[in-house]
Design a protein around this ligand. Structure first.
Ligand code: URA
Length: 221
């Protein structure tokens, strides 16, 4: 496939080289930590198949020592502790979270992906990288035929999701607890469950739960 061709794959190939800066960063970490995953992290979904997925959670990008190390979104870093505890509380996951893909956690009616699939230096993807990776977010959303709701974690993820759904970010503005209906989907935005946001109390566990309570109530209707 030519380098600039748009693919309909839901996940980038492990050797994806579309974004030179991210590719170079991953290759550096492969040298330093050959036992780590060190590649674009695939969407994780409930085991019953794509048609069971009603809720998609869109994070920002893999954490260096989290998903980039373990290969599963939000697994092994601080952000995953609050996310998975909250998903368990609202029945979007079963089992127990052990910060490893070998734990007993399973998603229920939901899937988790990232706006950018490769770990970015300093957790900060640049605009071109977000744009390059949007094709995978789009194919992922299209592939979930029974999707009803999306939770976006942080403004970058929110804006990329809104663009994926065909609107400009100014037409569905990011804000913690904001809800927009776009293309028959309810899009809930939340502050990202990062260590920084939780340590500074910009996001409390209660605020995070409020978002998932709303989603849960909506999906039960
Ligand atoms: N881990 C992820 O997979 N995504 C994030 O946004 C943060 C941590």
């Amino acid at each position: 496939m030519p380098a600039n061709a748009v693919s309909s794959a839901v996940d980038p190939p492990h050797e994806c080289a579309t974004c030179p800066r991210l590719r170079e960063y991953i290759l550096r970490w492969r040298d330093k930590e050959p036992g780590w995953f060190n590649g674009p992290v695939k969407t994780w979904r409930e085991p019953g198949g794509s048609d069971k997925v009603e809720l998609l959670i869109v994070g920002l990008a893999p954490g260096l020592r989290g998903a980039n190390r373990t290969g599963r979104p939000f697994t092994g870093d601080f952000a995953g502790d609050l996310l998975y505890e909250t998903l368990l509380t609202f029945g979007f996951a079963t089992g127990s979270y052990g910060a490893s893909p070998e734990d007993s956690l399973q998603l229920r009616k939901c899937a988790i992906t990232n706006a950018v699939r490769c770990v970015p230096p300093d957790n900060k993807p640049v605009g071109a990288e977000i744009n390059n990776c949007r094709q995978y977010l789009e194919s992922t959303i299209v592939g979930f035929k029974n999707l009803r709701a999306i939770v976006t974690l942080g403004k970058i993820s929110h804006d990329s999701t809104v663009r994926t759904l065909g609107l400009k970010p100014s037409q569905a503005v990011f804000g913690h607890g904001a809800v927009a209906e776009i293309a028959d989907l309810q899009v809930y935005s939340s502050y990202h469950c990062s260590r920084y946001n939780t340590n500074t109390r910009r996001l409390t566990p209660e605020m995070f739960q409020d978002v998932f309570r709303k989603v849960s109530n909506f999906l039960e209707k």
